[in-house]
Write a protein that binds this ligand. Structure first.
Ligand code: ADP
Ligand code: MG
Length: 626
């Protein structure tokens, strides 16, 4: 052992310093969490060793894996000692001196200044070790990996640390906290016992408190999910959820199942209340841990739940996979497929139960995770029907900000002669509510669902129908829409506007496929409608913004309100110049109402101004004449 080497002094990485400062200051009123963090690291280290021992059983040795808490009143130190995997010198520098995780920046951004909230964030972003400095003015770490030399690391948390060869013969890590004067309460066995029960009861590794030369195991030391349901209280499930997910809030609900038979496994699934910061990243792998016979195998096993359920948290423990299972092996594995199928059903059951029995809670769930669940309509044809029943929409029949209307509700209040489920897509709720496409439906008192998420275009496209009723976009020329709003006046107006429609098609050629009289409008002069089989205008825009080509691009149809004065004026315009001005203005206005962009906004403004001036002049001459 080379204990005589000179210590090397190194600076913490810049970001690390910032995190350290924030951690110490913001968590001052929640000091006790340091113990939870350090015990959790020690327990992780034991799990990692257990995993490594799968291929090298000689690593385990005679001692059982454990975490020991050793308070020393005389020295004023508290040690957290494990016989887990330990760290090499490079690992110490990497893990304790830098923050290599991409989550760190997000952590810094999410700090709210509210110490209660920030205290909860700390575990979520993996800055747990630094919480040691909340109660210690010096931290010494002695650590040894089986195949490398022992290392001693020491810091006062002020920006630098010292590292040198350490004096430690056995494998594992000892974190020695030199407690501040005012934090000596953490030397008292009764206080430590209380904290372990509060935060670490569910860890499967025994946590042993050494006080007055006696040793006692303070926690249950049994994998939480292996305990019978009847023995577990709601508080126990919530405490385990917080440990598992690093979430500060309670879970909304959970399902704990032990399955025996063809495949044997235990699953514990939680529906959280709060979204993790990376929820909207599609590559996010989800939150299900995999255990094989109690041994932790991997975090975020993407193969166990499809992406549209990535907000679920939990674990699966099975005896039917080999202990050396790899990510590659999980893919296309029949056992995994079966477990996944069962987990999907359980997750949907949790949601169905919430929707049926706690609608208020379901509404909150929908607000947080609805956009993600919707992906299931596209991704999982087998569960399409079930997911469709869980969807919630804004609608013309509800005025609130929350999306609350289900398809079942919509269908139950459809009008007798109504054929389809009508919907409109728009970028915002305000744009949807003010859309000219709704005018005729409003006049007929027919409900229209308002879809305002980007993904809704795809969702509607994949859903196609619900309980035998087709879904129809009111901004299209689909037959279902035309028949719903057909009026006798329309046929009469058609011949009166035949010539106008032909002139329009010529003037706006390249922009519209054709022009025709509309039955959709009561107030607006004109509206753009997607062809029956064309992609909606909004979908075309989304594809364009995403830089994708749109193989289904078709030109829209310009529909005219025959009763509108501007349209009458268009019909009567003899002069080709003023006809063209008015035609372009009507087209551009309709484009704006769709949420679209104008090719040349400056020309639009000039044309509108010309029309206003003409109108004013006409008024003036009327005044002079009378
Ligand atoms: P996290 O636990 O979220 O990764 P921490 O700040 O708590 O973040 O710990 C940083 C890293 O330091 C851990 O990921 C681990 O690699 C290492 N580490 C901390 N404590 C121990 C320990 N007792 N034994 C082995 N490695 C440890
Ligand atoms: Mg940690």
């Amino acid at each position: 052992m080379t204990t005589e080497t000179q210590p090397q002094t190194k600076d913490f990485q810049a970001e690390t310093k910032q995190v350290l400062r924030l951690v110490i200051h913001s968590l001052y009123s929640h000091k006790e969490i340091f113990l939870r963090e350090l015990i959790s690291n020690a327990s992780d280290a034991c799990e990692k060793l257990r995993f490594e021992a799968l291929s090298r059983p000689e690593l385990l040795g005679a001692d059982d894996l454990s975490v020991r808490l050793v308070p020393d009143s005389a020295g004023g130190t508290l040690s957290i000692k494990d016989n887990g995997i330990g760290m090499s010198e490079a690992e110490v520098i990497d893990n304790l001196g830098t923050i290599a995780r991409s989550g760190t920046r997000k952590f810094l951004e999410s700090m709210s200044g509210d110490s209660a909230k920030d205290a909860q964030l700390i575990g979520q972003f993996g800055v747990g070790f630094y919480s040691a400095f909340i109660v210690a003015d010096k931290v010494t770490v002695l650590t040894k990996r089986t195949d490398s030399e022992a290392v001693r690391w020491e810091s006062d948390g002020e920006g630098q640390y010292q590292i040198q060869a350490g004096d430690k013969a056995d494998r594992g890590t000892e974190v020695i906290l030199h407690l501040r004067e005012e934090d000596k309460e953490f030397l008292e066995p009764s206080r430590l016992r209380q904290l372990v029960r509060k935060y670490s009861d569910h860890l499967s590794i025994p946590i042993i408190l050494k006080a007055d030369e006696t040793e006692e195991t303070v926690n249950q030391a049994k994998a939480f999910w292996t305990r019978p349901k009847s023995e577990l209280k709601d508080e126990d499930y919530q405490a385990f959820f917080k440990h598992l997910s690093h979430d500060s809030e309670d879970a909304r609900s959970w399902a704990h199942n032990k399955v025996e038979g063809n495949i044997e496994y235990t699953s514990l699934l939680y529906l959280p209340k709060r979204a993790p910061f990376d929820l909207y990243e599609r590559e996010q792998k989800g939150g299900i841990q995999l255990y094989v016979k109690r041994v932790f195998i991997m975090d975020r096993a993407a193969e166990l739940l499809p992406p549209y359920l990535r907000f679920m948290r939990g674990l699966v423990d099975t005896a039917d996979l080999p202990l050396n299972v790899s990510r590659e092996l999980l893919q296309n594995n029949r056992t995994v497929e079966k477990i996944k199928g069962a987990l999907v059903k359980r997750s949907l059951e949790l949601l169905e139960d919430l929707a049926a029995n706690k609608p208020q809670e379901f509404a909150e769930f929908w607000k947080t995770f609805g956009v993600v669940l919707k992906e299931g309509i596209i991704e999982d044809p087998a569960q399409k029907e079930r997911i469709a029943k869980l969807l919630r929409f804004h609608s013309t029949s509800e005025s609130g900000d929350a999306a609350t209307v289900s398809l079942e509700q919509y269908v139950s209040r459809m009008q007798a002669e109504q054929k389809a489920v009508y919907f409109l897509t728009a970028d915002t709720l305000a744009a949807a509510r003010n859309s000219p496409h709704l005018e005729a439906f409003r006049a007929k008192g027919m409900e229209v669902l308002l879809l305002i998420d980007r993904i809704d275009e795809w969702v509607a496209g994949h859903l196609q129908e619900f309980e035998g009723k087709s879904l129809a976009n009111v901004a299209s020329s689909a037959a279902d829409v035309a028949s719903a709003i057909e009026t006798p006046e329309k046929a009469a107006a058609e011949s009166a506007f035949k010539e106008t429609a032909e002139r329009l098609a010529k003037v706006l050629s390249g922009k519209i496929a054709s022009a025709q009289v509309s039955a959709r409008l009561t107030d607006s002069p004109a509206v753009l409608v997607a062809g029956e089989f064309g992609v909606s205008l909004r979908m075309g825009r989304i594809l364009k913004q995403a830089g994708q080509s749109n193989p289904f691009a078709t030109l829209p149809i310009l529909e005219l309100n025959p009763k509108h004065p501007l349209v009458e004026r268009l019909r009567d315009a003899a002069d080709e110049g003023s006809f063209a001005d008015l035609a372009h203005v009507l087209y551009d206005q309709a484009m704006l109402a769709e949420g679209g962009e104008l090719d040349d906004p400056a020309i639009f403004v000039r044309r509108v101004n010309r029309l206003i001036v003409e109108g004013l002049a006409a008024q003036q001459s009327k005044i002079i004449l009378t």
